[in-house]
Write a protein that binds this ligand. Structure first.
Ligand code: SF4
Length: 258
């Protein structure tokens, strides 16, 4: 089955509008780019996916599935004192699939939000725990998300999944976990092998911002094109290029014989 491009939003539309979790992130970054993508289907050029990261995600999923099947905690959950084990549920496959994911129709806006979660664990009190796998290669040990703004999108990602699972009627813990695999680049050579050190650490989320943001998204979808971000280098580039093209057209039309 081929991937179908999602339709543009039509102002005043009666039917639900499907919006992925990453589109909420796009809106937070720049309402104008979001508007261009959803209303006119003009997307920023995409960059190629990080296939090494996807491979690590796939392997981590397979590894946690072994313990899910046994109904036991993964040894890392014991090492990092996480009081939970991989959750087995009939919907897990759908929750993890990019194009279906965990879904919730937000009735006040009629936006159908969805997103594929990496993993879900369960506590002894039957609370679901959102889990996000990350892979990187940094010199220092990664034991938290640090204070950087760069990681705000990771925080929001986890909070949207918590909101989505609650929307599907589950009891969800505010505490989620990052499974962070860090590639070690200090060996004597590659030899077809990269060693990783994986840490698991908690993050306490709050999904309070999600619904007010959906209300703003709806308002933006219904409205005119928002202003650009003056600091954005993409918009500066697009403007400069357009101006150059217009100047070139003008110059050519002046030199052409009547
Ligand atoms: S400022 Fe322009 S290019 Fe940059 S994110 Fe917004 S609309 Fe897109």
């Amino acid at each position: 089955m081929g991937y179908e491009r999602s339709p543009a939003y039509v102002p005043g539309q009666k039917g639900a509008y499907k919006l992925s979790r990453s589109r909420i992130e796009n809106f937070i970054r720049c309402p104008r780019c979001f508007w261009l993508a959803q209303r006119l289907k003009i997307d920023q050029p995409s960059s190629p996916p990080f296939l090494i990261n996807s491979a690590i995600d796939t392997l981590l999923k397979a590894e946690f599935d072994v313990y899910r099947e046994k109904g036991e905690p993964h040894p890392w959950q014991i090492e990092f004192k996480v009081d939970a084990k991989p959750f087995a549920h009939k919907d897990l496959e759908r929750w993890r699939h990019t194009f279906t994911g965990v879904q919730h129709l937000h009735e006040p806006t009629n936006l159908l939000i969805f997103g594929g979660v990496d993993d879900v664990w369960v506590t002894p009190d039957d609370e679901l725990v959102v889990v996000d796998y990350k892979a990187t290669a940094k010199n220092k040990e990664i034991t938290d998300l640090e204070d950087s703004k760069w990681h705000d999108s990771y925080r929001r990602q986890m909070e949207v999944y918590q909101w989505l699972l609650r929307g599907e009627g589950h009891k969800v813990s505010d505490t989620g976990y990052f499974v962070y695999a860090n590639g070690i680049a200090s060996g004597k050579g590659f030899f077809n092998k990269v060693e990783f050190r994986t840490n698991i650490f908690p993050y306490k989320g709050s999904d309070k911002w999600v619904e007010p943001t959906l209300a703003k998204i709806k308002e933006t979808l219904e409205g005119d094109m928002p202003k650009e971000n003056p600091d954005c280098e993409y918009c500066a580039y697009a403007r400069a290029r357009t101006q150059l093209t217009l100047d070139a057209i003008k110059a050519t039309s002046k030199t052409e014989p009547a």
